[in-house]
Design a protein around this ligand. Structure first.
Ligand code: MSP
Length: 514
């Protein structure tokens, strides 16, 4: 325990979501991915701090509230519950939930603003540019596409106002140097190159305050100004780590090990955010990982198309864990992908119902039938034993390596090797034949043991992805403590104790019929 508490905390974050709208599959994607990372690290014995939350300030929220005849605070208090409720449904194990309207966050934003100002990086100027309200993003004339926002295609507005500026231009060289020296800072690689060329084109100073709306954190010594929503929002990551009041906690938790984000907000996280931190003299996050976007049935997801996918509805229809599995299995993390019910049905039926689910129920019921549901003692010298032990070690290494890269789909593919080997093993060893021959009792013991031990490891590896289904597997296997024995020992082949009593239960992954 001593050493465990001194070990640094593994800190993983999601973006904080805007509460002007209800959660959709894009929000669920990042949050489920972060949950898998957090659960994986905990299972391997790390202390973890997993943060998610909501971004509640800005003109967009002010505007939505006005349209609905609500005060901004009323709107955000209502919508935040939709997010909280969804994370409960999806079994998200976040350790904290931050809202930018909280007092602890106001204190952090003002403290960081002050630190940046003390460093000489804030000055008063006049802001004149194009602004896209839906994206909360400023654009230069040259960046607009036919007068519209290059991100979302909606018309941009010309704005001119007094504003405080952050001296972003002064950080160009330091940012380049940091990104070049730390290849792990921006991932995947293609995104890193994109950001490097963006910075090399030259950085303009960044307007970080507004006088045109009031729903936000006021600048302390000039309260006509409200702090720009992105300067406000990014700071959430240090607020929740204890900045500025709890120095001890902050030292233990910050910097973040990984910020998980969507590709659209990469620039904010890899140019603006590190520059703010550098200015304030704070350490930078180790890695920012940008994932791709989901389309739905081949089309961009949007309210106007009416094809926005409600994650709670999908989870209700297909089950929470199968949905989590699909999200991370279907598309290599970092690339764009397409969501469709057809793809989901195919994937879940072939990989979960047919391969894993069938293998599990076959193995458990054979043990019941042939050995009264009690795990027999194996023969640790047998070639079949060595073969399984070798596969288990290979899969374990591949999972560990894949998780370092957040290659979730590949990791799930590796775990499938266990199910494939288990199915093939039962087919070739034909335990139903062995059972007919008294003289082959030891053989049958070996086949039953190896099949169940293989499934124990599959459950362990799958646990971060499907916490409830794997808990059901562990319960049927008679191993309710499987996931509490953290560390690396549990992953070694041969850990299933002889004498364990299994309890066959309902099918884990029933087939989805249309
Ligand atoms: N509030 C900001 C983030 C501030 S973080 C300091 C924000 N919020 S958001 O609610 O608009 O978006 C949150 C995340 O959802 C982004 O990472 C974005 O990439 C992701 N997605 C939105 N639509 C998506 C898809 N269609 N597919 C995958 N992810 C998508 O931006």
């Amino acid at each position: 325990m001593e050493t465990a508490t001194r070990e640094p905390v593994y800190y993983v974050t999601t973006p904080i979501y805007y509460v002007n709208d209800v959660p959709h599959i894009g929000h669920a994607y990042t949050t489920v991915a972060a949950d898998v990372v957090a659960r994986y690290r905990r299972l391997r014995g790390r202390r973890v701090f997993f943060l998610t939350g909501t971004d509640e300030h800005g003109v967009k929220i002010e505007k939505t509230a006005r349209e609905r005849g609500l005060a901004p605070q009323e709107l955000v208090d209502e919508v935040v519950e939709r997010f909280r409720g969804l994370w409960k449904i999806l079994n998200i194990s976040n350790d904290d939930f931050i809202r930018t309207t909280e007092e602890r966050h106001r204190r952090a934003v003002l403290a960081l603003y002050e630190a940046v100002k003390q460093h000489g990086d804030i000055y008063l100027g006049t802001y004149e540019d194009w602004y896209c309200i839906p994206c909360e993003t400023f654009w230069t004339e040259g960046q607009l596409v036919n007068g519209a926002c290059p991100e979302c295609g909606r018309p941009a507005e010309r704005v001119k106002e007094e504003s405080y500026f952050f001296r972003l231009s002064a950080f160009q060289e330091r940012l380049l140097e940091h990104i070049e020296r730390h290849p792990e800072f921006i991932r995947p690689e293609a995104k890193r190159n994109e950001i490097l060329s963006f910075i090399r084109e030259g950085l303009r100073d960044l307007s970080i305050s507004r006088t045109s709306f009031s729903w936000g954190i006021a600048v302390r010594d000039d309260p006509r100004h409200v702090i720009y929503v992105w300067f406000d929002a990014l700071i959430n990551y240090i607020t929740a780590a204890g900045y500025p009041d709890d120095a001890e906690r902050f030292a233990a938790v910050w910097p973040a090990d990984i910020h998980l984000i969507g590709k659209d907000i990469l620039r904010f996280h890899t140019v603006f955010w590190p520059a703010f931190l550098m200015s304030a003299g704070l350490p930078l996050p180790r890695t920012v990982f940008a994932h791709g976007w989901w389309t739905v049935d081949g089309e961009k997801m949007s309210k106007s198309r009416g094809n926005v996918v409600d994650p709670a509805a999908v989870a209700a229809e297909y089950g929470v864990d199968p949905f989590r599995y699909f999200l991370l299995r279907e598309v290599p993390f970092g690339l764009d992908g397409d969501f469709s019910r057809e793809a989901m049905k195919n994937r879940l039926n072939s990989e979960l119902a047919n391969d894993l689910g069938n293998l599990f129920s076959r193995s458990v019921s054979m043990l019941k039938k042939y050995r009264g549901a009690v795990v027999p003692a194996p023969d640790r010298g047998d070639p079949r034993w060595r073969e399984f032990a070798g596969l288990a070690a290979e899969v374990n290494d591949a999972v560990a390596a894949g998780m370092e890269e957040l290659a979730f789909s590949r990791v799930l593919g590796e775990i499938r090797r266990l199910a494939a080997a288990g199915n093939k093993f039962i087919d070739t060893q034909a335990p139903w034949q062995l059972a007919k021959d008294e003289g082959r009792a030891a053989d049958l013991d070996q086949v039953l043991y190896c099949s169940l031990e293989n499934l124990r490891l599959a459950a362990l590896h799958l646990h971060p992805f499907m916490p409830e289904k794997t808990a059901a597997m562990a319960a049927q296997l008679g191993l309710p403590e499987l996931f509490t024995a953290s560390g690396t020992e549990a992953y070694r082949w041969g850990g299933l104790p002889a004498g364990t009593k299994v309890t066959p239960g309902p099918a884990l992954f029933p087939r989805i019929e249309t």
